[in-house]
Design a protein around this ligand. Sequence first.
Ligand code: PEP
Length: 256
Amino acid sequence: MDRKKVIAGNWKMNMTASEGAQLIADLKANCDGSCKCATAPEVMVFPPFTTIAAVQEATKGTPIIVGAQNVHWAANGAFTGEISAKMLVEMGVTHVIIGHSERRQYFGETDETVNQRVKAALAAGLKVILCIGETLEQREKGVTEAIIEKQVRWDLADVTMEQLDNVILAYEPVWAIGTGKTATNEQAQEVHAFVRALIAKIFCPVCAGKIRILYGGSMKPANAAGLLAQPDIDGGLIGGAALKAADFLALIKAAC
Ligand code: PEP
């Protein structure tokens, strides 16, 4: 099945509003013909909440999708520091990252809270990039597939086949995020194929053929082509390399 590739930049806690607008201006200024290829990927950026409005303004008239890095499951209430799906939707946000390993590692997110966030986001009409991935310790113990299966089953519990059309998965081995260590093409493809087969088992074979599974973990211009050439890798969720216009543009071109 033909799946449109995705190049998504997770800006994490980087880029003030003015810096974010400048990064978009640099992307626009340097996007020559080759980054608008016929098979151009969907390009997404996920700035911090306070930078979203400036980036929406800066991306007007471009196909760049502007998303958020997290969402709470409640519609409103006493949840200091959180943002609801309704708030995102009202400001025109269409996509949200959920379950990033940094949220799980540093902010106590569990598969249960990730699942609640996923369900609330989908119910509000948002499209979700759901992150999954094993730690180094888990990989070394040989339990990568068991961990991935647990995350996929739990994080997507009660999600319908119809709703799955609005989910993109991101396989991000925790040991490769921000470390400069990348999974080899073979390591990444192996897990992506496993995830796709799992989606076929849990949902349906057609769902598995349709769902896009991104790789994340130190993807950069030097390793992108090999990863993106794998049959089950449908794009990248990119941290560090998404903060430099030249690198991000090179990744977009690599996905053409
Ligand atoms: C990420 O934040 O999802 C990520 C993959 O980061 P990096 O590309 O910096 O490893």
